[in-house]
Design a binder for this molecule. Structure first.
Ligand SMILES: Nc1ncnc2c1ncn2[C@@H]1O[C@H](COP(=O)(O)OP(=O)(O)OP(=O)(O)O)[C@@H](O)[C@H]1O
Ligand SMILES: [Mg+2]
Length: 296
């Protein structure tokens, strides 16, 4: 398969043309793998927690899932899973290790974690978004879903990765700065890359009324000012537990309303994918029919 870096090298035009080319390549491909960024602009809103939970729950349903930690030098995914930290991501991008050697695997769930304050990575002039797109295009046939846990901020790297993905799952909290930052990111994506559609997950809401307010504010603002569509996936309530217990509770315990909320989010997402794939693409229908059915 032609690599993203080769596509990029073959183009001498403006940077936005490069990205548009990559995005169009992806849209035109007859592709069974879904790529989705977990994003939102603002830091600390729950992107990594939601990336991990979503990836693990989908993998338990039988889907093969790769989660790529795109917070390249402040990686949190391994920390949340209680795994030892390593800098294998740098070994991969500097071609010292293979992709497979750098993965953490738990049945159908595969994680490519990133680095933590790695000086070589910090000093390198590597174009990480391009490298991540290369990794996706080289390995996507192995997976049903590839999720990107995006870093906070309105950086070129975050924009490119968001633009490249089939879907963008925005994680927004009721905090006004979270709403504003997500809107700003959507606005730039719309103006620079013509992206009209994003998904929304409301995290850390404290009442149903608050959840509804965030949904209304985001969807109405995006519709009025960006002529865009917000697909609502649901929400996760703010948990009143010690921070040190949060990751284990979220990722390992199942007999609680948070877990049930997640299953609803996943059902809504997979139902939507099933409807789209049924008409457009060749996704393995059987997975939707047999394995997602139980929690209908
Ligand atoms: N629903 C929730 N209820 C309570 N605490 C939460 C909830 N979701 C996330 N948190 C807490 O918020 C903090 C930030 O979560 P997380 O690291 O997932 O956010 P992030 O958006 O990935 O942050 P960053 O932008 O730094 O990468 C964590 O300490 C986590 O425990
Ligand atoms: Mg994070």
């Amino acid at each position: 398969m032609e690599k993203a870096s080769e596509w990029l090298l073959s183009f001498n035009s403006q940077e936005s043309d490069h990205v548009n080319y990559l995005i169009n390549q992806r849209k035109n491909k007859f592709n069974k793998t879904i790529t989705a960024s977990i994003t939102g602009g603002k830091g600390g809103v729950g992107k990594t927690s939601i990336s991990l939970k979503l990836s693990k729950e989908l993998s338990k349903l039988g889907f093969k899932v790769l989660l790529i930690d795109c917070d390249s030098n402040l990686s949190n995914t391994a920390i949340k899973l209680g795994l030892p930290l390593n800098n294998t991501f740098y070994s991969l991008v500097s071609s010292h290790k293979s992709f497979d050697e750098c993965l953490y695997k738990e049945n159908n769930f595969h994680l490519l974690s990133a680095c933590n304050g790695n000086l070589d990575l910090f000093d390198s002039s590597l174009n990480l978004e391009e490298i991540i797109i290369d990794i996706i295009s080289t390995h996507e046939q192995t997976y049903d879903f590839i999720f990107l846990d995006c870093p906070a901020g309105l950086t070129k790297e975050a924009l490119t990765l968001n633009a490249y993905c089939d879907h963008r799952l925005f994680v927004v909290t009721p905090d006004r700065s979270s709403i504003t930052d997500s809107y700003s990111l959507m606005k730039v994506l719309k103006h620079k890359y013509g992206i009209n559609e994003n998904h929304l997950i409301v995290n850390m809401y404290q009442s149903h009324k608050q959840y509804e307010q965030v949904v209304k504010t985001m969807s109405e603002t995006v519709e009025s000012f960006l002529a865009g569509r917000t697909l609502i996936l649901g929400g996760v309530e703010k948990l009143d537990i010690m921070q040190s217990r949060f990751d284990q509770f979220l990722l390992e315990e199942e007999n609680n309303s948070t877990h049930k909320n997640f299953l609803k989010i996943i059902k809504k997402y997979t139902d939507e994918l099933f409807r789209n794939f049924n008409t457009q693409k060749s996704f393995e229908k059987s997975k939707f029919e047999h394995e997602v059915q139980p929690f209908c």
